[in-house]
Design a protein around this ligand. Sequence first.
Ligand SMILES: Cc1ncc(COP(=O)(O)O)c(C=O)c1O
Length: 392
Amino acid sequence: MAEAAGTADLPRIPFNRAAVEGRELEYVQEAIESGHTASGGAFAARAADLLAQYSGATEVLLTTSCTSALELSAMVLDLGPGDTVIVPSFTFTTTALAYARQGARLVFCDIEPHTLGIDPDHLATLLDETVRAVVLVHYAGVACDIEGVRRVLADRPDIALIEDNAHGLYGTWHGEPLGSFGRFAAQSFHETKNFVCGEGGALLLNEARDVDRARVLYDKGTNRRAFLLGQVDKYTWKDTGSSFGIADVLAAYLLGQLEQHDVIQAKRRAVHEAYARALVPVAAEHGFEVPTVPTDRVSAYHMFYVLLPTREQRNAVLESMRAVGVTATFHYVPLHNSDAGISFAARATECPVTEDISGRLLRLPFFNSLTAADMDRVVTAFLTSVTASAMV
Ligand SMILES: Cc1ncc(COP(=O)(O)O)c(C=O)c1O
């Protein structure tokens, strides 16, 4: 597509760009030179300690991805045929797939339109005796309705709450860290997230009863961890499991990032606030919505999104922004009516809010090093595109 006049010589603004923020390069070199580059190394232990101190988790297992952390939670719960897991339809595939591949059937829940988190009222209608777990997503780093979910699950202590906290690290609800509400919480350190190491993740275990078994499943089904802690004199095959541990080279990269969490979050907050300052005052006149964060929550500032009036207008705006070198993008395509979602579902459910939001949501470029000039360009491209597409 041709660049619009006057923009052809400007560099494209990407949707995301990972940045070195602290001692990442030094730590990676140290990890390589130490000779311990596999899982179970010193950098992984330090990164896990930082996460545990912050979140209050009983144990933190660093994994190869958020996906594998979710898979590990499904294994710890021993999910299988006859069990169902309730997941939002508006999420990434592996929030659901991690449980389906363990043999559980899925029930898709709709979201509420303000925070795009799971809708407690819909959740209440989906519960039956087969439900073993409910998975929450804190979309964009803003807590879902924790109070509503707790109310709905109050008389079902048998149901495990799992937080897919891929977006939410360092966000809070009522002052408590996201990732501290579920029996399990999964983090992502994929290159698109707030804290990155290429590909990486973590499973936070918030209940002591899961720690021993999770360590075995994490360590390829062996009791190697008990051996390293001096609890047994040799280690053997004990259980099912897989190779979940993060390489220490990547954990070194991650530690460099996590040590700078205040700096990184401050930069992301500044980007978020600059976009909000530019867009909130003109949203009504242009007919789009900018979500606000409920006052009882602090965002993790994972992304900035807006809602356009229609799918057609959203798509037109995306296209014309790209034509002037600004990479905005859409987000999740509903899972409940996807091919795999239909085949893994215990039964069909209706998720009209998910379908509506999915068609109208547009995400602006959002990363730590986005400059004021870049943001001006993004805002101008967005507003120009909204105006032009509204006239069609
Ligand atoms: C809500 C959510 N969960 C899970 C994932 C998967 O994370 P990972 O790539 O670390 O497996 C993503 C990725 O974008 C996500 O958005």
